[in-house]
Write a protein that binds this ligand. Structure first.
Ligand SMILES: [Zn+2]
Length: 240
């Protein structure tokens, strides 16, 4: 059996842990990034809804106006028809009745005209609202694009850093006993990226549970790897 300098091995593991801790944090951050982009996208899409509803209202008002214009044209046609009939009437009574009917039709036409004018005003107002909304959305789109770019830049930054860290890792791992490395990596993946921790003031810095003095003595003897009884992480003493 090859003799292992356990103290030196622990030193390598501690070094490896600083790298792995950074890898763990960066990977977690990177995993959240697509969700951030989605959220930003969704918020921008939500902001566009108001414009869509304004544009629908505009179409609706324009259609109403067109209908009213057609209605007015047919009303005016009616009045003209009555006008020509007026002179063909034989009795004064008929003449008066027809005049009265024409007055009624003219009053109707005037109501429709007023409504058309109102609709013109409403269309103008909504066109103005749409122009403002489009300008606002332009600014929102600029903000959204910038946010997205920032996130993508950060992802790239994380990926570059991860590649660096992986390279550093590869320089250290050949110095570590394979079984020990396997144990370390197993704990790393089961314990939130933290496999080796110090004991400070008789407590494990991984889970804060009490570490008895006899266990601390065992750590200091460097005869075998000592793990925390509660969280299973490898324990070591700093500056020993
Ligand atoms: Zn622990």
């Amino acid at each position: 059996m090859a003799v292992i300098d356990l103290k030196a091995q622990i030193g390598h593991l501690v070094h490896l842990q600083t790298i792995d801790s950074e890898i763990y944090t960066l990977k977690n951050e990177k995993e959240l990034k697509p969700k951030e982009i989605e959220a930003s996208e969704a918020s921008f899409a939500e902001k566009k809804k108001h414009l869509v509803s304004l544009e629908e209202s505009l179409l609706n008002l324009q259609k109403q106006r067109k209908d009213k214009e057609l209605e007015l044209a047919s009303q005016e046609e009616n009045i003209k028809k009555l006008q020509t009939q007026l002179y063909q009437l034989k009795t004064n009574k008929e003449y008066q009745a027809m005049l009265q009917q024409m007055e009624g039709e003219k009053a109707n036409a005037s109501v429709i005209e007023d409504r058309i004018l109102e609709l013109f005003d409403q269309v103008d107002k909504i066109k103005n609202d749409i122009a403002q909304e489009k300008q606002r959305l332009q600014e929102e789109e600029r903000v959204y694009s910038q946010q997205k770019k920032n996130i993508q830049d950060r992802i790239k930054e994380i990926e570059d850093r991860l590649a660096q860290l992986e390279a550093q890792r590869k320089q250290i791992t050949p110095n570590i006993d394979q079984k020990m490395l396997a144990q370390y990596e197993r704990i790393l993946s089961n314990r939130e990226g933290l496999a080796i921790v110090t004991v400070k003031d008789n407590s494990c810095q991984g889970c804060n549970m009490f570490v008895p003095p006899q266990v601390i003595n065992l750590i200091k003897m460097y005869e075998r790897i000592i793990t925390c009884e509660v969280c299973n992480r490898i324990l070591y003493i700093e500056n020993e």
